[in-house]
Write a protein that binds this ligand. Structure first.
Ligand code: PLP
Length: 300
């Protein structure tokens, strides 16, 4: 019988399941040495995966964009993820799948010769915002830090090129904000550390950046919810000035769904309260978790 304690989470490392605290990767893996990896994060809520198929589809597309091979089919990956969740027993979990470049034979610097590696883990659900922030809205800073350009690293492939996001976040936290959104160098906002951004104008029209961002699964859910609710939504460039003057602002992330923002750069958004469009989307987001179209129960 397996004597390990998986209560803090379970990982899959090179063919073996381990308690999260014992999971590690070799120091020579280019995933570590060069941030040469791709990943995806799917959540489990009330004992069921939310939009597992969409996450697996994006993960496989990320692998293709970075010329990485998971070495497993989406079905086999889904089985590994489910086993990580089952071992942990978690009913609300943050479940990550990763492919790293691995390493080429000693002496070679040719990435084509590297043996790619697949890893996965399930840990307790991770919220991007605290309970109070979710109730009252986050205070967001628009950072001068520019997101790494899409022509350098394809933001549609989920990646660990996070130094811009981390430096931006550190600056925002030091200045007393809750979180940060980066810009594209042309005065438009793009995305933040772990989320996409949306605003709503006085006419109730929703907008979100079209380019230079990860195509978040929650962003996609917001787009689909807006269509289902009959709310107009445009994917286009989003100038920082428009965000500052918006009636409502919210973020989208697997780490908590639709998160309200009630201050941007210190000034209240609209009347400074969580707005009606945001509230409707938050409620619909959680309601959709019970919808069989998006829900895959874990067989504990
Ligand atoms: N943008 C970035 C840079 C992210 O890392 C994430 C998620 O981690 C998102 C956007 C939101 O994507 P999703 O809704 O799939 O969680």
């Amino acid at each position: 019988m397996d004597q390990h304690d998986y209560s803090q989470g379970a990982a899959y490392v090179r063919g073996q399941y381990l308690p999260i605290g014992q999971a590690s990767i070799p120091i020579t893996d280019w995933g570590f040495l060069r941030s040469d990896a791709t990943y995806d994060v799917v959540t489990v809520w009330d004992g069921a995966f939310f939009r597992l198929d969409a996450h697996l589809e994006r993960f496989m597309a990320s692998c293709r964009r970075f010329r990485l091979d998971a070495g497993l089919s989406p079905e086999a990956i889904a089985q590994v993820l489910e086993q990580c969740v089952c071992l942990s027993g978690l009913r609300a979990s943050y479940v990550e799948m990763i492919v790293t470049r691995g390493q080429p034979p000693w002496g070679s610097r040719d990435p084509r010769q590297a043996v790619n590696q697949f890893y996965a883990f399930a840990v307790p659900f991770v919220w991007i915002a605290s309970e109070a922030q979710r109730r009252q809205g986050l205070h967001l800073q628009v950072s001068d830090v520019q997101r790494i350009p899409a022509a350098s690293v394809d933001p549609r492939a989920k990646n660990y090129h996070w130094n811009d996001l981390t430096m931006g976040l550190l600056g925002a936290l030091d200045a007393g904000f809750d979180t940060v959104v980066l810009s594209d160098g042309a005065g438009n906002v793009v995305e933040g550390p772990g989320f996409n951004v949306f605003c709503v104008d006085a006419q109730g029209r929703i907008a979100t950046p079209a380019e230079g961002v990860l195509e978040g699964i929650t962003r996609r859910t917001v787009i689909e919810m807006a269509a289902a609710l009959g709310l107009p939504l445009a994917q286009r460039a989003l100038p920082a000035a428009e965000l500052r003057g918006a009636r409502e602002v919210f973020l989208s992330t697997s780490g908590g769904g639709v998160l309200p923002v009630t201050r941007v750069d210190g000034a209240p958004v609209g009347d400074g309260q969580v707005g009606p469009v945001t509230r409707r989307l938050v409620d619909t987001y959680w309601a959709w978790h019970g919808d069989a179209r998006y829900s895959t129960p874990v067989r504990y």
